[in-house]
Design a protein around this ligand. Structure first.
Ligand code: ADP
Ligand code: MG
Ligand code: ZN
Length: 483
């Protein structure tokens, strides 16, 4: 029998707020353990939570961007369970049932298909919740058999984006996650830094005979921290399930952990039901009521999204499909490109420089385009200097490197270092004459038919002028003089 996997993803994304969801503590990454805490996020007796309005704003922002319906009224519930890194004994979250709706429902994410088209992966919901703390079992400073607890993350605001079980392959899961990540970052709702745990994914996998429409028993793989590991977890789990069914076994509903180093899944617990958590409305928090005016206000703030930007770039700029993809990969890069062009650079050279030299520097220095010392205005100025023939392309690279280091304006670097291109005919004439006089044997071979030697003469002239001779003019003068 042939089996196909069915995949549903639950993505936890950290909202980019300045404070936690129910208190004023900082959600910043990397603080000393147990320093970003207060009675509220520790759940001390008598402490009262107050909902951070930015959390609702940001959750609505991404929900509207992916086409969800915002529920006019939703509630926070307590999901009760014991865990050492959960001092309150419950997590405040939202729930979906016949009676209870989360903040946002429906919506979808478009993914590319193998035949070059696209299809939509539908969403079940987007809900708000708080993060739990972190148990540390394995790092070097923990002695064997001991665990440490860091509760800084308790109360860090998250949204959970739940897909319908309709992702068909691990590749499709990867595309879905990449698109979602791009949307989250574009809308400014999430910083999207995987290394800081800004996005964590629970992967649900089942298999069924090809052609069947009934869902099989699912296994959930918790807390996968990269898109590649999601793909690997899906493939590993799918293979395990197929092997199990083929040898006459049955699939147990379970929750597993993925160990990326061993490419292995470890059982964590047999699957609990939502009933086990004894969800009930948090009596300390009022319902979240969202009116149309609020929805309209958030909707108006949604920036142009990647797909719309791609279409517009394709219409407005004479640049390649690949370049459009690269330039729209992040909003910052797209904005940088557009500002470069509106500051007087041509679209084509601006795209070439961004795709080439700028991306190289960002990768080498591991910085974002916002941290680059070169402003789009100075990049435009540099490209104009090339365009006007003030400097050659080669010199421009030198100027660019200097701009990367100092952030100085290109004009002033060119002036200070005397890099202006030599485009004066009589000056170039003299230099070319000199090189010809110095190379009698090459001249003879050239005249004898070895036209490739033109490269040799160009090289000599560039050497003599430290690369500043106008290459177009030199080439013309050379050909005239050599006949
Ligand atoms: P739970 O209550 O266990 O979290 P849900 O029904 O809310 O379960 O689904 C959680 C996730 O699991 C969703 O992303 C959903 O698409 C996915 N899922 C549900 N059933 C299946 C299945 N049979 N196979 C694969 N994924 C599934
Ligand atoms: Mg779940
Ligand atoms: Zn706090």
């Amino acid at each position: 029998m042939n089996y196909e996997p069915v995949i549903g993803l639950e993505v936890h994304a950290q909202l980019a707020t300045n404070t936690k969801i129910f208190c004023g503590c900082s959600p910043a990454f990397g603080a000393e353990p147990n320093t970003h805490v207060c009675p509220v996020c520790l759940g001390l007796p008598g402490a009262l939570p107050v909902l951070n309005q930015n959390v609702v704003d940001m959750a609505m922002h991404i929900s509207l961007a992916v086409g969800c319906t915002i529920q006019p009224r939703s509630r926070f519930l307590r999901k009760n369970y014991f865990y050492p890194d959960l001092p309150k004994g419950y997590q405040v979250s939202q729930f979906q049932s016949n009676e209870e709706m989360p903040l946002a429902t429906g919506g979808g994410v478009e993914v590319p298909t193998a035949d070059g088209g696209t299809r939509v992966i539908n969403l079940t919901r987007i809900h708000m919740e708080e993060d739990a703390g972190k148990s540390i079992h394995e790092e070097g400073f923990v002695s064997s058999g001991e665990s440490l607890v860091d509760v800084n993350r308790c109360g860090v605001p998250l949204i959970e984006i739940v897909s319908e079980p309709e992702i068909a392959t691990s590749d499709e899961a990867f595309h879905y996650l990449t698109r979602l990540h791009q949307m989250l970052v574009y809308t400014g709702v999430c910083e999207g830094d995987m290394e800081k745990g800004h996005m964590r994914i629970d992967v649900n996998v089942s298999i069924r005979p090809v052609g069947s429409t009934k869902l099989g028993t699912k296994v959930e793989v918790k807390n996968v921290n990269s898109f590649r590991n999601c793909q690997r977890a899906i493939d590993t789990e799918k293979d395990r399930q197929i092997a199990l069914l083929e040898t006459g076994g049955t699939i147990q509903q379970a929750t597993m952990l993925f160990d990326p180093d061993r490419n292995q899944l470890r059982p964590m617990r047999t699957k609990e039901d939502s009933d086990d958590y004894r969800y009930f409305p948090d009596p300390d928090l009022v319902p979240v009521v969202v009116d149309d005016a609020w929805i309209t206000k958030v909707r108006e703030q949604i920036p142009e999204l990647p797909e719309a930007k791609k279409i517009r770039f394709g219409n407005d700029f004479d640049i390649s499909r690949d370049q459009i993809d690269i330039l729209t990969s992040s909003r910052d890069i797209a904005d940088y490109f557009e500002t470069t062009v509106s500051s007087g650079a041509g679209a084509k050279p601006a795209a070439n420089w961004l795709q080439g030299d700028v991306m190289r520097v960002l990768n080498e220095q591991k910085i974002t385009i916002g941290e680059l010392k070169i402003t789009p205005q100075s990049l435009a100025e540099l490209l104009q200097l090339i365009d006007k023939g003030t400097i050659s392309g080669n010199i421009a690279r030198k100027v660019f490197d200097e701009m990367v280091d100092t952030g100085d304006a290109p004009q002033s670097i060119v002036e200070k270092q005397g890099l202006v291109q030599i485009s004066d005919t009589s000056e170039l004439d003299g230099i070319v004459d000199q090189i010809i006089a110095d190379s009698p044997s090459e001249v003879e071979r050239y005249k004898g038919g070895d036209k490739k030697l033109v490269g040799f003469f160009m090289g000599q002239i560039m050497k003599a002028t430290k690369g500043q001779a106008n290459p177009k003019m030199v080439s013309q003068i050379l050909r005239e003089k050599l006949g």
